[in-house]
Write a protein of this length. Structure first.
Lengths: 348, 348
DNA sequence: CTGAAAGCGCTTACAG
DNA sequence: CTGAAAGCGCTTACAG
């Protein structure tokens, strides 16, 4: 059987309290005893049970990560970043693929509660905000890539989507484009809204119009992007540039252009968002607004840890849990220019 | 404070044993009491603590998944499949990105042990097999996409890589190719070895030669594939078809061909392996041998669960844990034909 | 059908 | 510097 703290204590001729203290580097233990106990733990290949220690009210050293789809390259990268930083800081992460379905989100949050995770990172859309609002569970939470809902006691880490949208517009305007269109994921998602807002804002400043029917909303898949782009490219006054709110949609646009025999970037420029591995792999490779995924994930984890510390310093059985002031952090994006954008071909 | 089993018991005027029984649907409880207790649990929003119940020797309902890189599309898909099937069956999964580094693998396995996961799924290369061999931890384990090491008490679920290799060869031969080359990940990885073996086997049967210098080994990244392909394409008797052992390498090959101004598929055919989202997104889209990822993941989870059951039926404190007979399951691959392959252009 | 009691492997005041 | 004891929230024989 696996060695327990009792085995170690007996072997060392001390109490389990003493062993516990050396495990946690707490209290004062004579150097002599300490090293002896450590030697014994090594010899017996002792690993303290996280389960037992969690039951005593300590941490589980486990985080929950809710994302719509792990196989979506963007979220896969987010997951990697979170997992990596978590591991560095001693935390494991449980992944939860929600498919953006409310019932799944509820299930997962309930499971995470039962498993007493120390914190939750939410990168998924939450339609019914009440799930989060009545945060009766009081598990530290941070939203990643999405805005927290009004009243939610959660931190937020996002990319500066608005600035990203502005940069995309700036790039296209700089190349000389004037007839622009947008393919976006649902505008109910805060990040999409912000990207569009920034984009439009910059156009406005230049007095360039973005007609309503030049802004298309759809789901996030390649197929959706293709369909919308196809329609946009069939417009009488065909746009010379497309801003797609994520790489998947941009790929759809590339495909639609190919079908219609429209050369990229000569006849159509495409700017994308996210800069996942996909952007570098298409032909031509996509100019894309890069999100600082690495930093996004790391920051989310760090905000959570910060919360834990705040709480630890509070009386154990406090009636009301004091929350750290919810923070909101927006990280700079970066425009990566590749071959899908160029000056518009002068007509005539 | 969160409700505990004591709160429920008190409220219902019964013992905690009774409550425990209704939670676990064990023993006989009068219908009346049962519904009353359930009502109270609902009202108090009671969620049993997985931690506490795990400490009593039950399951943690958590699985560990070791993969080299979550952001690699293939492994992202594996992770999704595992997570999905796990969730259906009531298990959460902790992801561990090992980067194929032995020290990380050891760390992770140690953490998973401390957290008492019910099972481990290993999709990562394990250089030093001793980590697995002295499976002192005796956690049910299944290898996914990799062969178990001799003596390891682990199940195995793989794609039928050899047949996949054969199919790739068959396709190319059928199109009329005779000068073939291979870009593969390290042949120390069992799956790469098998793919190559199947490929070569089929060529042999047709009396077609595959010269040694036409088989290149490298890492798994796009950049690596590009470099190897570049060399192959510079060979005096340039091959008319390339078999790349994964999508990333194939993308590298596409890029190398483009650089060298070699048209695909007219002047060079490329067959890939894995059929991740990447294969459908390149230009031209890649003909690729699809692994049944969904099934792969689901099967891995199911093998694990099967193990749990076997064990449960054993006396609690048995000195030696009886293992279920290690199983090995190979799943059929499927060749997906896209636009990167065609008959070789007749020369002259 | 129901409950009292021991035990899972730890941590944490509290005494000494 | 060290230890006895209570407690974390459950489950499981065992008795009734």
């Amino acid at each position: 059987m696996k060695a327990t703290i009792y085995d170690i204590a007996k072997e060392a001729g001390v109490s389990i309290a003493t062993v516990s203290k050396v495990i946690n580097a707490k209290g004062k233990i004579s150097q002599e005893k300490r090293s002896e106990i450590i030697a014994i733990m090594d010899r017996l290949n002792y690993q303290p049970s996280v389960i037992a220690s969690a039951l005593t009210g300590k941490h589980t050293y486990t985080l929950g990560l809710l994302i719509p789809d792990i196989a979506n390259p963007f979220f896969a990268e987010v997951a990697r970043a979170v997992e990596q930083r978590g591991h560095e800081l001693g935390y494991s992460v449980i992944i939860c693929g929600t498919d953006n379905r409310n019932e799944r989100i509820e299930q997962y949050i309930s499971v995470l509660r039962q498993k007493q995770v120390d914190g939750i990172i939410i990168g998924t859309g939450v339609g019914d905000t009440s799930i989060l609002r009545d945060n009766a569970w009081s598990i530290p939470t941070v939203m990643i890539g999405r805005e927290a809902y009004a009243g939610a006691k959660a931190h937020t880490v996002v990319s500066d989507d608005r600035q990203g949208g502005r940069d995309a517009a700036e790039h296209l305007l700089g190349l000389g484009h004037r007839r622009l269109a947008v393919v976006s994921e649902s505008l109910e998602i805060s990040s999409s809204r912000e990207r569009l807002r920034g984009f439009r804002e910059r156009l406005d400043e230049q007095g360039i119009e973005l007609p309503l029917d030049h802004v298309r909303q759809c789901k996030y898949r390649v197929e959706d992007g293709r369909r919308q782009a196809r329609e946009l490219l069939a417009l009488p006054e065909r746009p010379t540039a497309l801003f797609c709110c994520n790489d998947l949609l941009a790929i759809g646009a590339l495909q639609a252009a190919k079908e219609a025999d429209i050369a990229i970037p000569q006849e159509l420029s495409v700017v994308s968002f996210d800069n996942t591995i996909l952007a570098s792999v298409t032909d031509p490779p996509l100019t894309s607004v890069a999100q600082p995924v690495e930093k996004l994930g790391a920051t989310a984890v760090e905000l959570l840890l910060h919360d834990f510390r705040e709480r630890q310093s509070q009386p154990r059985r406090a009636q009301t849990v004091q929350w750290a002031q919810p923070q909101r952090i927006a990280l700079r994006t970066e425009l990566i220019v590749r071959a899908s954008t160029a000056a518009p071909r002068s007509r005539g």
